[in-house]
Design a protein around this ligand. Structure first.
Ligand code: NDP
Length: 449
């Protein structure tokens, strides 16, 4: 299996996040390949790591001062073996092809786990919506869609949001697609309710990560009641993770943004969470403002050169990383374990480095990897596609029930696959294996295409 990693590194040496994602999957599916030689004969890994298609394009737009700006746009259409490409768009200055390939690769396995018929893709731009006016964001989204519309469609490729792409951006993107195609279709998910969106879609990733944690605890005869929980990030996933933690009787005590960390030992209750949601979603402010309103909380600026993140160095039971990739390194993972954390449920994609994950396994931490724990978002996106096709809107209860059923079934699928291949209790291996088998069996059925 090291040949695959070598191949990937030789072909694209400057894509470390993609290498990391491939390495993580390759390590856990070795027993599956050993027991199923037909997969090796079909060169299934060589095919899986090569995107079916990558679209890279110029996104020119004019800022409020009348100056021309140029960004880069991407769509990685990774795998369509079990359904149309599906996966979010990320607008963040760090976006590059390697990061989107890692995200698209993860998405393939995640989408397979949801039980819904969705292939995997991911896209975005190095555009930074922070500090831009609504008009600038609109002009950028329109220019982005003026190229992307040729490549997507409700039966081809259905993007959604991710970092930097929320309801506002989805609205501008949808408006431009509709104008260019002269069609009102479910080509994007995460739409607003009054024009085709699904109830619970904004909540789904955060709620799902908490449901997954509840399942892992339930399996051990425990629950989230009273559990002190560290949460990182303060965007869509972090906010609804905290909301569901409160619903289930847990005590969130932290959140963050890319400049700093808030630790509120007294606990973040519903009133404080409502304040944070207004601060982030309406005023588009920074988390440090929280301490002006709640001076008992502590704000620590993040030092990018430090060897650890202070957020992960507090006594707690559970951790819900919900910001970005590689936000927990080995030192952070050690701090979590030293401080009593025995469960990690990843709302973000690949938030823990490989050495951090190794520590979780060594210390028997209940570890829900992102591709299982954060699959609630894309699951409800799939349910949004179904509602669009039926031209129906389900109730909040109906969508939430389906989300809970899907998260339970992902938990069971991961647990069963891990058991079957001799790694009982290892959700990381189990999620990789269950997703892998579903996708590659479909690829083999469809021949060499
Ligand atoms: P948002 O843009 O709503 O929020 C992202 C949050 O993470 C912000 O608080 C942001 O801070 C912080 N952040 C971003 N980059 C960094 C960084 N380099 N260092 C520290 N903090 C950072 O995004 P989402 O909540 O939607 O996404 C969060 C994570 O969840 C991502 O990994 C995403 O891929 C994953 N995910 C999201 C899904 C969804 O449905 N939205 C579905 C599945 C996974 P700041 O404001 O300073 O940028």
């Amino acid at each position: 299996m090291t040949e695959i990693l070598q191949l990937v590194k030789e072909k694209d040496p400057a894509q470390p996040e993609f290498h990391q994602a491939v390495n993580e999957v390759v390590a856990s599916i070795k027993p599956v390949l050993d027991q199923n030689p037909e997969y090796r004969a079909a060169k299934i890994m060589e095919r899986l790591v090569e995107p079916e298609r990558v679209i890279l394009f110029r996104v020119p737009w004019v800022d409020d001062r009348g100056e021309v700006q140029v960004n880069r746009g991407f769509r990685v259409e990774m795998n369509s073996a079990i359904g149309p490409y599906k996966g979010g768009l990320r607008f963040h200055p760090s976006v590059n092809l390697g990061i989107l390939k890692f995200l698209a690769f993860e998405q393939v396995f995640k989408n397979a786990l949801t039980t819904l018929p969705m292939g995997g893709g991911k896209g975005g731009s190095d555009f930074d919506p922070k500090g831009k006016s609504d008009n600038e964001v609109m002009r950028f989204c329109q220019s982005f869609m003026a190229e992307l519309f040729r490549h997507i469609g409700p039966n081809t490729d259905v993007p959604a949001g991710d970092i930097g792409v929320g309801a506002r951006e989805i609205g501008y993107l949808f408006g431009m697609y509709k104008k260019l195609r002269n069609e009102f279709t479910g080509v994007l998910t995460g739409k607003s309710l009054n024009w085709g969106g699904s109830l619970i879609r904004p909540e789904a990733t955060g709620y799902g990560a908490v449901y997954f944690a509840a399942e892992m605890l339930n399996h051990k005869g425990d629950s989230l009641e009273g559990k002190t929980s560290l949460v990182s990030g303060s965007g869509n996933v972090a906010q609804y993770t905290m909301e569901k933690l409160l619903d289930l009787g847990a005590r969130p005590v932290s959140f963050s943004d890319s400049t700093g960390v808030i630790y509120d030992e007294a606990g973040i209750d519903r009133e404080k969470l409502a304040y944070l949601m207004t601060l982030k979603n309406v005023r588009r402010g920074r988390v440090k403002e929280y301490v002006t309103k709640y001076p008992e909380a502590v704000y620590t600026e993040t030092d990018p050169s430090a060897d650890h993140n202070p957020l992960w160095d507090h006594p707690a039971d559970c951790a819900f990383p919900s910001a970005t990739q590689n936000e927990i390194n080995a030192k952070d993972a050690q701090n979590l374990v030293n401080n009593g954390v025995f469960l990690v449920s990843e709302g973000a994609n690949m938030p823990t480095t490989p050495n951090g994950i190794k520590l979780y396994h060594e210390h028997k931490v209940l570890y829900g990897p992102g591709k299982a724990a954060n699959a609630g978002g894309v699951s409800v996106s799939g349910l949004e596609m179904t509602q669009n096709s039926q031209r129906l809107n389900w109730t909040r209860e109906e969508v939430d029930n389906r989300l809970q059923i899907i998260m339970k079934s992902i938990h069971t699928a991961a647990l069963d696959a891990a058991e079957q291949y001799g790694m009982p209790g290892n959700y990381e291996a189990g999620a990789n294996i269950a997703g892998f088998v579903k996708v590659v069996d479909a690829m083999i059925d469809q021949g060499v295409v």
